[in-house]
Ligand binder design. Sequence first.
Ligand code: NAI
Ligand code: MG
Length: 357
Amino acid sequence: KKFRLAVIPGDGIGKEVVREGLRVLDFFEQNSGGKYSFESDFFPWGCEYYLEHGKMMDEDGVDKLRDYDAIYFGAVGFPGVPDHVSLWGLRIAICQGLDQWANIRPVEFLPGVPRRLNHPEADKLNWVLIRENSEGEYSGVGGRNFTGRGPGKEVAVQSSLFTEHGCERIIRYAFDLARTRKRKKVTSVTKSNAQQFGMVLWDEVFEHVSKEYPDVETDQWLVDAMAAQFVLRPEELEVVVASNLFADILSDLGSALSGSLGIAASANLNPERRTPSMFESVHGSAPDIAGKGIANPIGTIGSAALMLDHLGLQEEAEQLNQAIRETTRQGYLTRDLGGTHNTEEITDAIIDNLGKI
Ligand code: NAI
Ligand code: MG
């Protein structure tokens, strides 16, 4: 089988880490005995493209991606282009345009990685954050300059949009996933004391859906208390489902607690498989370290494992995750994890470990 991949390296370290992920995919292809291959088409979209063409991607960009088996994405955003322009012009445009409504963000506590989380059982933690990826706080509803009463008087409105359909499908996704896991627990996060419309709807849908899953344990938290809970009672968490903004924030917290933003992988899924899903690390383009060859490629390589799994190559996905764990266990660490290895050396070690499996 030939898998057709749309590759969007994007900006900053996005380009550096996607290159590494593709080296890993090459390794799999070469060792597949002709069983499968990857054919990559590159799309040069991002901030440089914007500065040249005045747009982050082609007008029909989303349509150009429609027929691929998957999209492999680096990161977007660079000084010189406002962040809201670059994010909305590319990443959000693709996620929403292709209805990738479920963003899956596993948080793994890898061996050999210095922990930011001081917990005796940190090695056993294995969280997965489920982020609503199509609406909520990132609905784009609102506008600037509502009063127009002159300088210093501007009013901006930014609305959150919650639909019963949108809440139900992401919450159901979380329950279905929880069922496949050891602990069988879903924690829902809102702020429904202060956000009295959309988030109360979310809570009601959560309670209603949970009745269909009597075998799954549930828990409901307000986001501020949840942030503390991540640090204080991490053993209470397994599958955590939250809105677009809250899960975005909590996943950076989760990945930092597990070591670094650089190791967090993610999948933007269209679970019905009507459109291609997109695989990318959680981190951004990290302009502060771009071009130095020191970015941690594990988040993006781990995202390739999620992509392999999605493409039906479960065994390969498991092998890749195993090779990543073996690599950190052996002490191959980039600077964000207190090590001295560079980007390529981490990939070399992962490929080396894959060869031994
Ligand atoms: P960031 O994730 O790019 O960087 C935050 C910090 O973590 C920086 O100190 C960076 O050096 C470090 N870091 C991130 N990834 C790393 C890696 N793989 N290895 C080692 N260190 C790593 O977030 P920041 O600085 O807030 O945003 C930079 C740009 O990225 C902005 O333009 C922002 O809009 C964009 N962004 C894009 C995202 C995407 O494409 N999905 C997600 C988040 C931010
Ligand atoms: Mg983020």
